[in-house]
Design a protein around this ligand. Structure first.
Ligand code: NAP
Ligand code: MG
Length: 398
């Protein structure tokens, strides 16, 4: 068999623990036998990040800017335990945070759905994609505990010394206050990423906030989305036969539950944090959640939504059998290969991505799955397999 050729390299970012093990298996069993894989490899494993003072993460992000498409394995975000475990020089920042800061993007998360695993919401027939704004609001807030009687004010001082003041509250006794912000620039790039992704995937886009209560803060989000849509996307949406729809966040929650799915739900930062866990759980399993970072300049970075599956890795190190689900990592690869193929007009590569996804879905639909899914499925005859066997089963169907 002749292997599929690639013209432009894919930025490949290796990672940590169980997902690093799976990464190797996917390449060996599902990619290398079929594709003349052309990647620019960056090792974002914790040891390499420590050795390079995390320069490797920045270089990987720069490479995505150069080539346009990257695929990333899950990585350890260091905490105090990890500093000890790996003897780290510093508590290096989250690689995802570093990459996102360089590419300035929005993260889209969508479940991989299979007919044998029913969502908890029975009318959800198609996936719901959550687009979470990843900057500001309460994630960059300043808070204060008020201990005594007094006046709390919001003050803005312009560069020229001009002051704008608003009274927040006249406290009679103890209480709390909080200040938060966002920038028009960040909201604008969030809006453009959402509109572009909706066009890319041909799905309706919903956006919601609480503009009736927050007449300046949330209303600015609503206005920016609306202005950009009217000026830049309205015609394109009509041509693609998709819709942009704005509503209040509480109304959106009700509509999402009653919907059949098949749309993108753009959420402000906090709403996205909360709702993505709700949607992921309602669809079944974290191991079936895909994630893609889309930058306003049209760069794409694909990954699984889950972490490095540390508990399974320690079992693996002890020589015990693991049954780790590789679906989200496989779909990170297929997403990236398909996008690379589309950009390079490489139809063989696009078609390979489709086939690999189909083979993966058929494996599960056929009753062969890892433990996490075996516990959820309504299929009667199930063959529970280990990490490696699952990938082998996909290969035989591919
Ligand atoms: P995790 O890796 O997402 O795993 C949490 C639990 O979810 C697992 O113990 C497992 O449950 C289940 N699970 C997740 N993915 C699975 C899969 N593919 N197949 C089967 N079960 C799966 O989260 P964590 O263990 O809290 O975090 C481990 C490391 O990942 C941390 O160092 C964290 O910093 C990092 N992390 C990285 C990213 C990223 O790179 N994007 C995201 C999140 C976390 P059972 O143990 O019950 O089987
Ligand atoms: Mg969260």
């Amino acid at each position: 068999m002749k292997k599929i050729k690639m013209t432009t390299p894919l930025v490949e970012m290796d990672g940590d623990e169980m997902t690093r093990v799976i990464w190797g298996m996917i390449k060996e069993e599902l990619l290398n036998p079929f594709i003349d894989l052309k990647t620019e490899y960056y090792d974002l494993g914790i040891e390499k990040r420590n050795e390079t003072n995390d320069k490797v993460t920045v270089e990987a992000a720069e490479a995505i800017k150069k080539y346009g498409v990257g695929v990333k394995c899950a990585t350890i975000t260091p905490n105090a335990d990890r500093i000890k475990e790996y003897n780290l020089k510093e508590m290096w920042k989250s690689p995802n945070g570093t990459i996102r800061a360089i590419l300035d993007g929005t993260v889209f998360r969508a479940p991989i759905t299979v007919s044998s695993i029913k969502p908890h919401v029975k009318n959800w027939e198609r996936p719901i994609t959550i687009a979470r704004h990843a900057y500001g609001d309460i994630y960059k807030n300043i808070e204060m505990k008020i201990e005594e009687k007094g006046k709390a004010e919001l003050v803005f001082t312009g560069e020229d010394g001009k002051e704008v003041r608003e009274t927040i509250h006249n406290f009679e006794g103890p209480g709390v206050i909080m200040g938060m912000h966002n920038t028009n620039k960040s909201i604008e790039s969030f809006a453009r990423s959402c509109f572009n992704f909706a066009l890319d995937t041909k799905q309706d886009l919903w956006f919601a906030s609480k503009d009736t209560i927050s007449k300046k803060y949330d209303h600015t989000f609503k206005d920016i989305f609306n202005e950009i849509f009217e000026a830049e996307y309205k015609n394109k949406f009509e041509e693609a036969n998709i819709e942009y729809f704005y509503t209040l966040i509480d109304d959106a929650v009700a509509r999402v539950i009653k919907s059949n799915g098949g749309f993108i739900w753009a959420c402000k930062n906090y709403d996205g944090d909360v709702m993505s866990d709700m949607v992921a759980t309602a669809f079944g399993s974290l191991a079936m959640m895909t994630s893609v970072l889309v930058s306003p300049d049209g760069y794409y970075e694909y990954e699984a939504a889950h972490g490095t599956v540390q508990r399974h890795y320690y079992k693996h190190l002890r020589g015990e059998e693991t049954s780790t689900n590789s679906m989200a990592t496989i779909f990170a690869w297929t997403g990236a290969l398909r996008k690379r193929g589309e950009l390079d007009n490489n139809l063989e590569l696009v078609s390979f991505a489709d086939k690999l996804e189909k083979a993966s879905l058929q494996t599960i639909e056929g009753g062969v799955m890892t433990k996490d899914l075996a516990m959820l499925t309504d299929l009667k005859e199930v063959k529970t397999v280990n990490t490696y066997e699952f990938i082998k089963e996909i290969r035989s169907r591919l």
